[in-house]
Ligand binder design. Structure first.
Ligand code: MBD
Ligand code: FE
Length: 283
């Protein structure tokens, strides 16, 4: 099959993440408006900025360049992209200290709720000519004692073999490579999908411009995104990576963890297979 659409562009991806974030506002709960806490966090943030200016003797041209860039970041709708790549990992590591069970990691900007519901053994929605090696990802969801969590949900999303996410890159059909799998009575599931490609921060937006200006690389290693939830248990949001994958040791979003790296086995039929079990703590 041939494709007729122009070369995919990532340009819209970062901006579209603003839309998705607005639609999700409130999903993690209110931050509170305690005056003392607001004063503490805002003044500490400003002091950290002031310290950088003093330490590095920031000049007027640099200050104005930073202002122009921050304005472009907002106008380009890339605040969610920028914050999820460069800041979310620290918030996640703070949250992690109080958590047991399977390790979480950052959610990133490309989650969409309310995707197609699928049975325990299912293939993710994909194009008939979807590129990429087939991956069968299976596992079991249990509690901390190893008891199966019947009917647990695995809310799954990933990039395609070109590194693009449906709902954010306009050339992809809605819902592509997204789905909510309901595990069986033993908490088991098996999802057929494709191996995603590494993800490149859009180079044509302000976040990409900053990365290029700083001489950094814009890559995340290939990864699968999941939320795993079951009644009475704390939902986990995590990602799974692939051993030996490019950028695994230098994720621009600093969101990799050793225990989240998969080692799929390649079968004679060309499919890659791997199992990963999830452990949820009580809510
Ligand atoms: C992604 O795909 C992602 O997972 C994160 C965390 C940030 C930007 C793009
Ligand atoms: Fe991602």
């Amino acid at each position: 099959m041939t494709t007729t659409h122009p070369l995919p562009t990532a340009a819209g991806s970062g901006a579209n993440a603003s839309e998705a974030f607005r639609a999700s506002a409130g999903r993690v709960g209110a931050a509170g408006t305690d005056t003392e806490r607001v004063s503490l966090l805002v003044s500490s943030t400003l002091e950290a900025v002031h310290a950088v200016i003093r330490e590095h003797e920031v000049t007027y041209p640099e200050f104005q360049a930073a202002k122009a860039w921050l304005m472009a970041l907002g106008e380009g709708g890339e605040w969610p992209l920028f914050l999820d790549v460069f800041v979310e990992h620290e918030v996640e590591q703070v949250a992690e200290k109080a958590q047991r069970g399977t390790a979480g990691t950052i959610q990133g900007p490309y989650y969409l709720p309310d995707q197609v519901r699928l049975p325990a053994v299912a293939t993710l929605p994909m194009r008939t000519d979807e590129k990429g090696d087939r991956l069968v990802f299976s596992g079991q969801v249990t509690d901390l004692d190893g008891a199966p969590l019947a009917g647990a949900e695995v809310d799954f999303w990933q990039a395609d073999a070109d590194g693009y996410y449906s709902g954010f890159a306009p050339h992809l059909p809605d819902g592509n490579l997204r789905g909510v799998i309901t595990a069986d009575d033993e908490g088991r599931f098996a999802i057929t999908t494709i191996l995603p490609a590494p993800y490149q921060i859009p180079t044509d937006g302000p976040t990409g411009a900053m990365i290029a200006a700083a001489g950094w690389h814009p890559w995340r290693p290939a990864h699968l995104h999941l939320m795993v939830r079951a009644d009475g248990h704390r939902q986990i949001t995590t990602q799974l990576y692939f051993s030996g994958g490019e950028w695994l040791e230098s994720d621009v979003a600093r969101a990799t963890k050793d225990e989240l790296v998969l080692s799929p086995e390649k079968r004679d039929d060309g499919t890659h297979r791997v199992a990963y079990d999830f452990v949820l703590e009580p809510a």
